[in-house]
Every structure is written in C-alpha cells, then in structure tokens.
Design a protein around this ligand. Structure first.
Ligand SMILES: *[C@@H]1O[C@H](CO)[C@@H](O)[C@H](O)[C@H]1NC(C)=O
Ligand SMILES: *[C@@H]1O[C@H](CO)[C@@H](O)[C@H](O)[C@H]1NC(C)=O
Length: 344
C-alpha cells in the first residue's frame, strides 16, 4: 500500500469535494438524503422558535449588493411601519472593507463607504393609517437614499379594490386585499384602494432595465401569490435577483404554496425556507410533504446559477447536512451553467 502515504491521504477530502460538486443531487446516496430530509423537516416544522424574520437576509446579501456596485432597486411590498425597510437601509449602509482604489497605499485597507451611491427603495403600503408612519420613519434616510413610498396595494391586476383591515388599534393591524378571519370582522373595516402590478410599475423602469431589482420583499398578508403573479414578467426575465415572501396555507386565491415554489422553479428560481439553523431547500426534488403544513414562515428565493445565491446559502451557516447540499446541488448547478454557456 505504498500509494497510501500521509501525503496522498490528505488529498482525499479535496477529491471528495470536487467529485461531489460535479454530481447532481440525485447522486447523493438515498440513505443520506433520507437523513437530510428528516433533519430538515424537523427544523422546518417547529414553528415560531425555529423561524427567522426577513431581517436575517439583509446581512447575507449585503456583500452581493456591494459586488454588483450597489445597483438595483429594493422593493418592499407591504412595507407596514417600515421596520424591515429601516433594517435593510441600515445594513446596506454599513461600511465595507475595500481596497483604497483612489490612492493605493501598499499593504493598507480602508474601512470605507461609497457615500455617493445611495439605494433606491420603493415601499408599498395601502393602509391609510400605517402609511404616514412609514413615511415618517423613512424620512431621515431620504437625504442619502432615494426613498419612494406609495399608498397603493400590489396584486395581479391594476385598478381599484377593497382593502380589508383589522378593526382594533391601528398600529399593529395588518391589511389585505384578501379577507381573512382576522380582517374586517365587523364588515366596516374596509375601503377602496388603488392596485398596481409589479410588472406594470417596474418592467419599463429605467433603473430596473439597467440594473434589475436587487431585492423584492413581499409581505402582503395572504396575497403574496398574486403579487408574484403580477410580477411574473420581471421574474421570468430574471430581473429580480433575490426574492423574499411569506408562506401561506389555504387562501381565497387557491394557489398552493407548493404550486408557487414549483412555478418559480420552472423559471429557474430556487427557494429556501428561512429557519434559525439553516436555509432549507424547497425546490424540485427537495420538496417534502411535511412542508405543506408550514405556518407563516419566510422564504428566500434566488436564481439558479447565481454565485451570490450559493454565497448567501453558505454564509447563513452550514453543518454536515447543508454543506453537502450546497456542494452537490447549488455549486453543481453553477458548474452546469458555466459548462452550458461554453465558458468552462
Ligand atoms: C388574479 O387572480 C385571481 C385569483 O387567482 C383570478 O381570479 C383573476 O383572474 C386574476 N386576475 C388577473 C388579471 O390575472
Ligand atoms: C451529521 O452530524 C450529526 C451530529 O452532529 C450526526 O448525528 C449525523 O449522523 C451526521 N450526518 C451525516 C450525514 O454525516
């Protein structure tokens, strides 16, 4: 066994990683997949304490935002009181380590911030009592960023519609175009609002045409599926880099969460459930029947073949299960894209 010297042995894990990254998901032994699925499902199904808020995504995608030159819109559908928006504006304004390009000084790094490039943020909040709070909260950021807040609803059509809202104390009430048992209980808590679609609003937008939508966050209280449908042209043309929305069980529109994940996968978006310990893959063969029962949880989607999605997944944190997924599936997908474009 002369070839099994310590030196040779050291290379084995590296070979294993190279081999894994070249294999499609199907090549993972069934036994390991089963362990992975039961592990993921056990984490996905512990509601409340296992789920993470949208804010966790900000720091994950910040690096990607810097790398693409801080370009692209941030769109916030259902901005509510602006808490998520404020978090993103803050995180995206944090300084970054970058080489001092202007006056290179050998061996030094500056902690610097490109103060000339603010963000372009669009917030949609149709609730007439929440809207003024949103506007006021984001006002201080408008000196440095382009902030647009609009008192309109977003769905799969344009025109006007009833907005249903909670009848109690206004500050923490949701509002939706879909009447749920919590909204409009007394039949008096509704009014007409203007409705737009994302395609109508942004498909011909100059900034979107040039740099795309960096992040689309949707929190439209049961109406998320219709917001996505109204932005399908943008999505299909891969003009949205990262997408965050909320899961739903049964709603009036009749679109299942599983169906939406599959539909997004058909245009090559990969989706993940945002749990405390990991991002749980949901698309294609990674879907598990247990996920049908998911309560309100956040979902992150990105484009397959996007290196930044791989990085965000890894940055979220990995263990022996999730690293396996990343190397065999996400990275494998990147390799596939490169090969198919003939750039390998
Ligand atoms: C919007 O979605 C609803 C529910 O699925 C559907 O009935 C309606 O036809 C859709 N409208 C448009 C304009 O696509
Ligand atoms: C992953 O690690 C856990 C302990 O942390 C262990 O029980 C499990 O068997 C490992 N799974 C794989 C696929 O290596």
């Amino acid at each position: 066994m002369r070839f099994m010297t310590p030196l040779n042995f050291c290379w084995l894990p590296i070979f294993a990683i190279i081999l894994q990254s070249a294999l499609p998901a199907a090549a993972i032994p069934r036994k390991d997949l089963d362990t992975y699925f039961s592990w993921a499902a056990s984490h996905a199904n512990r509601f409340g304490d296992e789920m993470c808020t949208t804010e966790t995504i900000a720091i994950l995608v910040k690096l990607a935002f810097e790398r693409q030159g801080r370009r692209g819109l941030i769109i916030d559908v259902g901005a509510n009181l602006g808490n998520v928006a404020e978090h993103f504006l803050k995180v995206f304004s944090l300084p970054t380590f970058m080489a001092n390009a202007g006056q290179p000084v050998a061996g030094t790094l500056d902690l610097c911030q490109d103060l000339n490039s603010g963000l372009t943020y669009y917030g949609f909040e149709p609730h007439h009592l929440l809207f003024p709070h949103l506007k006021e909260k984001l006002q201080p950021y408008s000196t440095h960023h382009q902030i647009r807040v609009l008192p309109v609803a977003v769905s799969n059509f344009s025109g006007t519609a009833q907005l249903y809202h909670g009848c109690g104390d206004v500050s923490f009430q949701g509002a939706s175009l879909v009447k749920t048992e919590h909204l409009d209980r007394r039949g008096k808590c509704r009014y007409k609002v203007t409705v737009v679609t994302l395609d109508q609003k942004f498909y011909h937008n100059k900034v979107v045409r040039q740099s795309g939508i960096f992040l689309l966050k949707i929190d439209a209280e049961q109406n998320d599926a219709l917001v996505l449908e109204g932005g399908w042209r943008l999505l299909r043309n891969r003009m949205v880099k990262f997408l965050i929305f909320e899961t739903w069980l049964k709603t009036a529109h009749g679109i299942s969460f599983q169906g939406m994940v599959a539909k997004l996968h058909s245009i090559r978006y990969l989706c993940f459930l945002v749990t405390k310990v990991t991002l749980v893959p949901l698309s294609s063969s990674w879907w598990q029947p247990q996920y049908k029962a998911l309560g309100v949880s956040n979902v992150l989607c990105g484009q397959s073949g996007d290196r930044d999605l791989f990085d965000a997944y890894i940055a979220y944190g990995t263990n022996n299960f999730t690293l396996f997924y990343a190397l065999s599936n996400l990275l494998g997908d990147l390799d596939f894209v490169r090969t198919s474009l003939g750039r390998s």
